[in-house]
Write a protein that binds this ligand. Structure first.
Ligand SMILES: *Cc1c(COP(=O)(O)O)cnc(C)c1O
Length: 247
């Protein structure tokens, strides 16, 4: 099992290098984040042993469960990539350095409130629903600029860029379209020169589409299945409309 994680990591790293080479990008400019939802601790440990340091979780309770392992590996950095309900904000802020999934003003307000109390700041990305699929969270591309402007008023939030989930089970061209749209929104927001808003991070690309994402400018790819194998829970458990909280 342990060996498998290492082998898979080597394969993914090699594919990343090829994608960078083919698109004239530098490998240092693309980070590999391992998406670890439902992944057992032993596999996570193997990835850490293999030198991986960037991990992403989708749920507050899984972060809590994995916290002891985090403490053993101080060099590891944790990001939050899942749908965040406002009542879970404080459980998440405790553990992570970047939240990829800020997609509405109300969530920004809740984060700001909590961070003020704790006298902290937090790096965030805006999640955009570039595939327009009902089942995905994220702000609509049409509201992205307005949301960036609204969130920029919260001085506890450092906006670093954008995140998206590309269209799944789609052709490369359909997925590419999602990633191009994200890049386009990034350019539009940059042009606005909103105070305190940086737009250098593009979190896009998963197991099935990270090569396309790298070609289209991803600076963080989020990979789970290709490294850890199939999950026993369907992604709809994490992404489905039914999972939306009441906020
Ligand atoms: C699960 C997940 C991933 C990784 O997906 P794989 O297809 O397993 O690589 C990436 N991003 C988010 C937001 C996820 O929930």
């Amino acid at each position: 099992m342990e060996q498998l994680v290492e082998e898979n990591l080597q394969t993914v790293r090699r594919e990343m290098e090829l994608a960078c080479r083919d698109s004239g990008r530098r490998i240092e400019d693309v980070k590999l984040l391992l998406a670890t939802k439902t992944v057992p601790l032993e596999k996570l440990h193997s990835a850490m042993q293999a030198g991986e340091t960037l991990f992403g979780e989708n749920k507050a309770q899984e972060l809590r469960y994995k916290f002891p392992l985090m403490q053993q590996h101080k060099q590891a950095e944790w990001h939050f990539i899942g749908h965040l309900q406002t009542n879970k904000v404080k459980d998440v802020v405790k553990y992570v350095t970047l939240i990829h999934s800020v997609d509405r003003l109300k969530l920004g307000q809740a984060l700001h409130h909590h961070l003020m109390k704790e006298n902290k700041t937090m790096d965030i990305l805006l999640q955009i629903n570039t595939s327009y699929e009902e089942s995905k969270f994220g702000a609509s591309p049409e509201t992205a600029i307005e949301l960036a402007e609204q969130l920029s008023q919260f001085d506890t939030l450092n906006m670093k860029g954008l995140m998206t989930i590309g269209k799944l089970n789609a052709t490369n061209e359909e997925t590419r379209h999602c990633f191009r749209l994200l890049k386009d929104i990034q350019a539009q927001i940059k042009k606005k020169n909103i105070p305190h808003v940086e737009m250098d991070v593009l979190s896009m690309g998963m197991s099935g589409d990270f090569k396309v994402a790298i070609e289209e400018g991803a600076t963080i790819i989020r990979v789970g299945t290709s490294v850890f194998g199939q999950r026993y829970l369907p992604d709809s458990y994490y992404w489905n409309e039914n999972m939306r909280g009441n906020d």
